[in-house]
Design a protein around this ligand. Structure first.
Ligand SMILES: NC(=O)c1ccc[n+]([C@@H]2O[C@H](COP(=O)([O-])OP(=O)(O)OC[C@H]3O[C@@H](n4cnc5c(N)ncnc54)[C@H](O)[C@@H]3O)[C@@H](O)[C@H]2O)c1
Length: 359
């Protein structure tokens, strides 16, 4: 049976369906007879596009599929412009729904198009990567990149529903799957020590992609994300806890050149660093910082960055959009499952801790 959760946002409350091949047609598609515009990428559309199209057509919807090249390069204004024109050509009106079928790149791009086309039409998220299932499909953040930086143009636009079919993870490249696991571990560290312990206990099954285990783990991560979003939709407070590990991660991605590291790989490294910082300045037991690194390593993620250039990384952290008056801010943990946002850490400690994790 598919599991159902809710993101509670008053009259904009929406369901998250999580299942294996048995996810239902999402709510919020509008009346049968209306249009569904499926946006996907060139890897995902050939695998799942026709299946969704057939199901939707059988239910009486008019369906058009639009496909963008796979990869972060498609998450830009030029792709959005092309999609607007394809939407016009397909005859989409305000009763239409956009379905984002793919990983986080497609989710952010299709979400941005849905938020802006005809001043905003309905959106359904159908995530197919682990990262998109546990993170980007829930919460309504949409964005495109500029040459100057990632996610610089965007808007909040909550979907009508999220439908996650775990069976799609069977075709996800292993490296992408592992990268998504970093975000899973993040939820345990910042929010739920019981989840963290479960991940430790079942690390081997998780690394192998055990579908039964994933069903409960993905559901727990989505439930946490749903609670955080319900508490702080616009990231004015606690939603920032989801950025645990991301200050260093963004700096690593930027200095190495986007695409060298997968996002989750950089986040894994960033979490090892932030856990160590937490032990230095927030009293997280040293043994727990070691547990974080050990779990990530068991899941096949990088936990050491030898040869990194601290000066360049430190400069990139200053440029990060979470910096306040050029001082980088960190999410730290006092104990596993309890995050503190907006932490300012003295520079010598930042560098000393870097020296520890980069050995
Ligand atoms: N909106 C948010 O809250 C939020 C949060 C985190 C990340 N993001 C964004 O998400 C994006 C990263 O998402 P991602 O890691 O899913 O990357 P992605 O969407 O680029 O997908 C990774 C790769 O896997 C392929 N793929 C996806 N699902 C597949 C499947 N089931 N089978 C085979 N191949 C599949 C894609 O074609 C792509 O090549 C970034 O743009 C990031 O900024 C957004």
């Amino acid at each position: 049976m598919a599991k159902i959760l809710q993101v509670k946002l008053g009259e904009r409350t929406y369901p998250i369906w999580i299942g294996r091949k048995n996810v239902p047609l999402p709510d919020g598609l509008g009346a049968p007879g209306s249009q569904v515009f499926i946006i996907s990428d060139a890897n995902v559309d050939p695998l799942y596009g026709a299946g969704w199209q057939a199901r939707l057509e059988q239910a009486g919807y008019g369906v058009t599929r639009a496909v963008v090249p796979a990869g972060e390069k498609s998450k830009d204004l030029a792709s959005a412009a092309l999609l607007y024109r394809q939407a016009v050509a397909a005859g989409l009106d305000r009763s239409a729904t956009i379905m984002a079928l793919g990983g986080g790149m497609v989710g952010d791009l299709a979400g941005f198009v849905a938020a802006t086309f005809l001043r905003g039409i309905r959106l359904v998220q159908a995530p197919t990567s682990l990262l998109a299932m546990v993170d980007s499909s829930v919460g309504g953040k949409t964005a495109v990149n500029l040459p100057e930086g990632k996610n610089l143009v965007g808007v909040f636009h909550q979907p009508m529903a999220v439908v996650a079919d775990l069976a799609t993870l069977l075709t996800l490249p292993k490296r992408e799957y592992r990268s998504g696991l970093a975000e899973v571990v993040k939820y345990g560290v910042i929010w739920d020590a019981v989840l963290f312990h479960k991940l430790e206990t079942h690390a081997a099954e998780l690394a192998a992609g055990d579908q039964e285990l994933l069903e409960t783990v993905v559901a727990r991560c989505c439930a946490i994300k749903a609670d955080v979003v319900a508490m702080d939709e616009r990231e004015l407070g606690m939603r920032a806890a989801l950025n645990f590990g991301h200050t260093l991660a963004h700096a690593i991605e930027m200095t190495a050149g986007y695409g060298t590291w997968l996002h989750g790989e950089a986040v894994a490294m960033g979490m090892v660093y932030s856990a160590r910082l937490s032990a230095r300045v927030r009293g997280l037991p040293e043994a727990d910082a070691v547990r974080v690194a050990r779990l990530l390593e068991q899941l096949g993620l990088p936990v050491r960055l030898t040869g990194g250039d601290w000066t360049a990384l430190r400069a990139a952290m200053t440029a990060d959009k979470k910096s306040v008056r050029r001082t980088p801010r960190f999410v730290l943990v006092k104990k596993l499952g309890e995050a503190e946002i907006g932490c300012d850490v003295p520079d010598p400690i930042l560098e000393e801790t870097w020296n520890v994790v980069s050995q």
